[in-house]
Design a protein around this ligand. Structure first.
Ligand SMILES: [Zn+2]
Ligand SMILES: [Zn+2]
Length: 307
């Protein structure tokens, strides 16, 4: 199979996987009544998922990793090239997950590293999309360390899109608002129950449930917290900005977003979103059409119920 075909298939699987998780969140919610378009939804989708990922992919691969390999020519040694592709994927998934457990743990224990991680904890209504919110430098560090060995050890080029798909699907799964009971498998595999506790606004869990894919690391290093009931609050215990750029400024300097919004020089920037939305509502009145459709639908259902 060509690399192009793998890229197309993994992209399609990502979209299908996201839709399946969204549907399952509605069918089996961990917390009832969580809206799809929750606070910060568009920032996470547009800025973190599409724009940031797009530019970071170019930066990490074309600016860091490929030139690095061209210089040292390590991939020419073909250290893992002859391994079966399944073994290559398994090897990189497990080793990277072990690394991410420890790096994640240091981020919670170190004040400077916490500034790169707090964005990820700032979502108050954690759902399938919440995992995408990660500081730009956190992604640069983690993905460079993740993909460097894949390229430098001479893995099959197909490992990159397949590993990226596994990361994305597993990320959506552990953050999803799905009521999943993993039972004994939960001692090895990480699921939403444990990771949602990691996102709880509670001091007891601030230093636990660091695992991403394998909860085994939490078991081995005694950092599991699963009390048998659900958290009542999620997110940070302090105020956190809503805007993508202010979130990044906040990691360097504790600015007051409300004051920034009143700053005359920045007014044009903060007005961009409401002005664009107003323009869209005027020219593409989807919301009105949707309302009409919803009304018609509810009339239909009322008729159905009374008949
Ligand atoms: Zn964390
Ligand atoms: Zn998370």
């Amino acid at each position: 199979m060509s690399l192009e075909a793998v890229n197309i298939i993994t992209t399609a699987l990502l979209i299908v996987g996201a839709l399946v998780i969204i549907i399952l969140e509605r069918k089996f919610p961990y917390r009832k009544g969580l809206p799809i378009f929750r606070d910060g939804f568009w920032v996470d989708l547009i800025w973190y998922t599409f724009i940031q990922s797009f530019f970071l992919k170019i930066f990490i691969f074309d600016v860091i990793l490929f030139p690095l390999d061209q210089h040292y020519k390590l991939s020419a040694l073909h250290l893992v090239t002859n391994w079966p592709i399944v073994l290559q994927i398994l090897f990189f998934v497990v080793t990277h997950d072990f690394y991410i457990y420890w790096f994640h743990r240091f981020q919670h224990e170190n004040k400077v590293l916490w500034r790169l991680h707090e964005a990820h904890h700032s979502v108050k209504e954690v759902d399938w999309l919440a995992g995408s919110r990660s500081h730009i430098f956190e992604i640069i560090i983690n993905q460079t360390i993740e993909f460097a060995p894949i390229i430098l050890l001479g893995a099959s080029p197909m490992v990159i899109p397949i590993k990226a798909l596994i990361d994305a699907l597993w990320g959506m799964f552990i953050h999803s608002n799905m009521d999943v009971k993993l039972g004994k498998i939960g001692n090895v595999i990480n699921g939403p129950e444990q990771h949602l506790w990691h996102h709880a606004d509670k001091k007891e869990v601030f230093f636990s449930n660091y695992a991403t894919k394998f909860s085994l690391w939490d078991r081995l290093f005694h950092t599991t917290y699963l009390p048998g009931y659900k958290p009542d609050k999620y997110g940070l215990y302090y105020e956190y900005p809503k805007d993508y750029f202010v979130q990044h400024v906040f990691s360097v300097k504790r600015v007051d977003e409300n004051k920034l919004r009143k700053n005359k020089k920045l007014k044009w920037y903060f007005d961009l979103r409401p002005v664009t939305l107003h323009w869209m509502a005027k020219h593409f009145p989807f919301k009105e059409k949707f309302k009409k459709y919803k009304n018609r639908l509810s009339v239909h259902f009322t008729d159905y119920k009374t008949s």
